[in-house]
Design a protein around this ligand. Structure first.
Ligand code: HEC
Length: 169
């Protein structure tokens, strides 16, 4: 940097200014990337899978009144493996649908393989990998997060904290 300084003749921005700006941008990008990318994938799945209809856009239990009322998942106490199974298999005897394409018939649900229980709702078909992403997202970014922050809201809108839906947080 000393050589760059000595050679600096004016007219163009000082190289150090450019370099430090780039370094700061790189550090910010590195710090923001992992959580944002994972959250966005989980949040996108949440929205595209129809979970919001019953559980609300931000999983806070304020779904569309036209649908059965799903509980506030921010207050749930289920462990990650258990909530994954509920999403895959639904909950028999309730309005919670199953989402794994071959649940019950090809993949055991609650320890049993067999016909899908009577009157079970079928949700959008998700792959095992999508279930993992969704379960990780709910376990880390929804469960225990009763107070919604702007950053948490952004996870449901592709990482965009400026989405109008997040303006109130
Ligand atoms: C048709 C409405 C409906 C849809 C769609 C729906 N749910 Fe549910 N969900 C419910 C209801 C109702 C319950 C409560 C079941 C009960 O009474 O135990 C529930 C329970 C759950 C639970 C267990 C919560 C607890 O504390 O026991 C999880 C986790 C869950 N839903 C996640 C999801 C996810 C993820 C999706 C989308 C892939 C989804 N739900 C889609 C209605 C729905």
């Amino acid at each position: 940097m000393v050589r760059a300084h000595a050679a600096h003749g004016g007219g163009t921005p000082h190289p150090w200014v450019l370099w430090s700006g780039m370094a700061i941008a790189a550090v910010v990008a590195l710090a923001a990337w992992p959580a944002g990318a994972q959250g966005a994938a989980g949040g996108d799945l949440w929205t595209k899978s129809g979970c919001a209809d019953c559980h609300g856009n931000l999983a806070a239990g304020d779904g569309d009144p036209a649908y059965p009322q799903g509980p506030n998942l921010r207050r749930m106490t289920l462990a990650r493996a258990d909530l994954r199974e509920v999403i895959a298999c639904g909950r028999p005897g309730t309005d919670m649908p199953y989402h794994l394409a071959n649940a019950y018939t090809g993949t055991a649900c609650f320890g049993i393989t067999g016909p899908v229980p009577n009157r079970m709702r079928k949700g959008i078909a998700l792959t095992a990998a999508e279930l993992d992403t969704l379960a990780d997202f709910l376990a880390t970014s929804v469960k225990g997060q009763a107070r919604i922050t702007k950053a948490n809201c952004a996870l449901f809108f592709g990482g965009n904290a400026d989405d109008p839906a997040c303006a109130q947080y």
